[in-house]
Design a protein around this ligand. Structure first.
Ligand code: COA
Length: 260
């Protein structure tokens, strides 16, 4: 599949999705959001894809935000629609994606860029990365889930401060804030993400999807995550992966999961 603003490649069960508009610091315009949706929708069906590494092209940016030039003349109604569509098509779609999504933040992750990284299941960043939600400096607020996901990750007070000051934090501060899980040198970022992916790939992809649903249930209004966990846990017992995982353990051999 050819994309205008993405590079999508697969290698050994890892799908690399690289946002590729480096002259605009990979800013998310409408077309790029649509292409990202398409790439993820394809990846959902593609049996070869087991883990996704999401990153930005060039050395400067992961994604420097939503494309400001596209919405500067929007009405309140259009603004609302922009946020609703973006959340449904991309940000919630990635957060609820049934296969692991790792954001490899290789530079600026600002506004919609940080919101996209926060939609991924976890984040690693290179030591040159800078992260922030600068929307209030433009007279708007984060609209792609940032007011919800940032406090979930860093806590309410830090999120309030980051959003109100519109400031950027560096990778080490992001690590201290639990916004990212690891910091690496820039030229080691993808290799590091691949190391994480390799560990994930050894495990049951069926169980991993169930774990994603159970963990996400904690953040859904009106949903009791403990009940979701019980349901998902029970469902695992009916899977071939469970049969293989437990019998491999009991016969002291490595599991070879049918889904692999
Ligand atoms: N939307 C649209 N275009 C953007 C963009 C965005 N969010 N972020 C960067 N760009 C474009 C710039 O307009 C510029 O395009 P041009 O060369 O055609 O003028 C190009 O990307 C390079 O950016 P530039 O600002 O020249 O780079 P810099 O190194 O001086 O500054 C940033 C880098 C990230 C600090 C700066 O680009 C910036 O503040 N971007 C906007 C961040 C933001 O507010 N994001 C939230 C949006 S809701």
């Amino acid at each position: 599949m050819d994309y205008k603003n993405l590079i999508v490649e697969i290698d050994e069960n890892i799908l690399y999705v690289t946002i590729n508009r480096p002259s605009k610091l990979n800013a998310l315009n409408k077309d790029t959001i649509a292409e990202l949706h398409e790439a993820f929708a394809d990846a959902k069906e593609d049996e070869e894809t087991k883990v996704i590494i999401l990153t930005g092209s060039g050395e400067k940016a992961f994604v420097a935000g939503a494309d400001i030039s596209e919405f500067s003349d929007f009405s309140p109604e259009e603004g609302k629609q922009l946020a609703a569509e973006g959340q449904a098509k991309l940000f919630d779609y990635v957060a609820n994606f049934p296969k692991p999504v790792i954001a490899a933040i290789n530079g600026f992750a600002l506004g919609g860029g940080l919101e996209l990284a926060m939609s991924a299941h976890f984040r690693i960043a290179s030591d040159n990365a800078k992260m922030g939600l600068p929307e209030v400096s433009l007279g708007v607020i984060p609209g792609y889930g940032g007011t919800q996901r940032l406090p979930q990750l860093v806590g309410k007070g830090r999120a309030m401060e980051m959003i109100m000051t519109a400031g950027m934090i560096d990778a080490n501060q992001a690590l201290r804030y639990n916004l990212i899980n690891h910091v690496t040198a820039q030229d080691e970022l993808i290799e590091f993400a691949e190391g994480m992916a390799a560990k994930i790939l050894k495990n049951s992809s069926v169980a991993i999807s169930a774990a994603i649903r159970a963990i996400n249930a904690n953040y859904e209004a009106g949903v009791n995550g403990f009940e979701t966990e019980i349901e998902e846990f029970g469902r695992c017992f009916g899977t071939e992966d469970f049969e293989e995982g437990t019998s491999a353990f009991l016969s002291k051999r490595k599991a070879d999961f049918p889904g692999r």
